[in-house]
Design a protein around this ligand. Structure first.
Ligand code: FES
Length: 57
């Protein structure tokens, strides 16, 4: 499932990188080699990031 349509970022790829990056969802996008475009996905990305960090704690 795609998390970010503009950059074709899959949720599974975002989740794989999230534990390796301390920054924001935007920082994780950059880690994946992309920049946010329309930004409509960032709320969902932040929710997923919170989920990943909560489960890792
Ligand atoms: S859907 Fe992610 S930047 Fe547009």
């Amino acid at each position: 499932m795609y998390l970010c349509i503009c950059n074709a970022i899959r949720e599974k790829d975002f989740r794989a990188v999230a534990p390796l990056c301390r920054g924001s969802a935007e920082d994780i996008y950059r880690q994946l080699g992309h920049e946010p475009q329309c930004r409509q996905c960032l709320d969902d990305a932040d929710d997923i990031l919170g989920d990943v960090r909560c489960c890792a704690a």
